[in-house]
Design a protein around this ligand. Structure first.
Ligand code: GLV
Ligand code: GLV
Length: 324
């Protein structure tokens, strides 16, 4: 099998114990040609969201490939239909990172609202001379309106956090939650237009699909409040970054806090990084010790089940088990 990066122990350990693993040891992802070369003839591969799994890679791996285990909940890097048509199960790591990711989304929301990075820069730059009545003012978080786009597991955990701050919570998804869920989470369904117009904070929790790519574009920003703060812990391309840059620069919205970007990584000279109202962190939403270790165990379990020809604990294409 091929493991495309060092993942936390004990996930790595169980993979090592079980079988001969070809491990890519670098901090950076394997270059494409190296990846294609290393997967040749393998029975299983463990990939990260930086490794594209498509027909080219499946061809390079060859007919012995039995499983693709992705070390992430998101799997937009994997061409799932291509795997399904070859009857290759694909695994991901759902649920274990739900609360950890919502924690970071809420931390970004608070940091952007209360201008924590700007305050930190100000102190470090030696500019702190006195208590300032007008210094670094921002919007309140408590009792504000939060719009959640994508009301899956992570979006719902975001709603739970918001209710501690007595926020009004609107959500949008392709399907509406049950009345019981809505009342438990104190969230109300809204069409996107209403959510954009009414929210002080807009937090994205969708998958990246053809429908969600570029969902936050110039037209969407134009509907938002000029004070609105956008938080993204989903996937970068859900936001049109050129439109975001213009909206932040021109004051169409108040701020953005991004864990994910397009492209990723964001180059240091990217125009977004010159804006004081844009906070960017390097895709760390699931980065707690416990969560990353659990993700490693799940990814290892998916890989090992697949190698043994057993059903993956968390397949994203369970239909491979139905085809005969
Ligand atoms: C990280 O972004 C993940 O999808 O797990
Ligand atoms: C996380 O587990 C999600 O898919 O929402």
């Amino acid at each position: 099998m091929f493991v495309a990066r060092r993942i936390p122990e004990p996930g790595l350990q169980s993979v090592r114990d079980a079988t001969q693993a070809d491990l890519w040891e670098d901090e950076l992802p394997p270059p494409r040609d190296e990846l294609l070369r290393r997967v040749a003839g393998k029975h299983g591969i463990l990939t990260l969201l930086t490794d594209r799994v498509d027909d080219e890679l499946l061809d390079a791996a060859g007919p012995d490939l039995r499983v693709v285990s992705n070390y992430a909940v998101g799997f937009d890097n994997v061409d799932v239909p291509a795997c399904t048509s070859r009857r290759i199960p694909v695994g991901n790591t759902p649920s274990v990172l739900t609360e950890t990711t919502a924690d970071l989304a809420f931390a970004l929301l608070m940091a952007a609202a209360r201008r924590i990075p700007e305050g930190y820069d100000y102190v470090r730059a030696g500019q702190w001379k006195t208590w300032g009545p007008m210094l670094l003012l921002g919007p309140d978080v408590h009792h504000a309106t939060l719009g959640i786009v994508g009301f899956g597991r992570i979006g719902r955990e975001m709603a739970r956090r918001a209710s501690g701050f007595e926020m009004t919570v609107l959500y949008h998804d392709t399907t509406q939650a049950t009345t019981e869920d809505e009342s438990e989470l104190r969230a109300r369904y809204a069409e996107l237009d209403e959510l954009f117009a009414a929210s002080d904070f807009i937090s994205l929790h969708t998958n990246l699909t053809d429908e969600t790519r570029g969902m936050l574009n110039g037209a969407a920003f134009a509907r938002m409040k000029p004070t609105a703060i956008v938080i993204n812990t989903s996937r970068g391309p859900v936001i049109d970054h050129a439109a975001l840059h213009d909206a932040l620069r021109d004051g169409a919205i108040g701020g953005a806090a991004l864990d994910v970007t397009d492209p990723e990584p964001l180059p240091p000279d990217h125009p977004l990084l010159s804006l004081p109202n844009c906070l960017v962190v390097p895709h760390i939403a699931s980065a707690s010790h416990v969560t990353r270790a659990r993700m490693a165990e799940m990814a290892a379990a998916n890989l090992l089940h697949g190698l043994r020809g057993e059903r993956l604990p968390t397949p994203v294409n369970p239909e491979v088990y139905e085809q005969k």
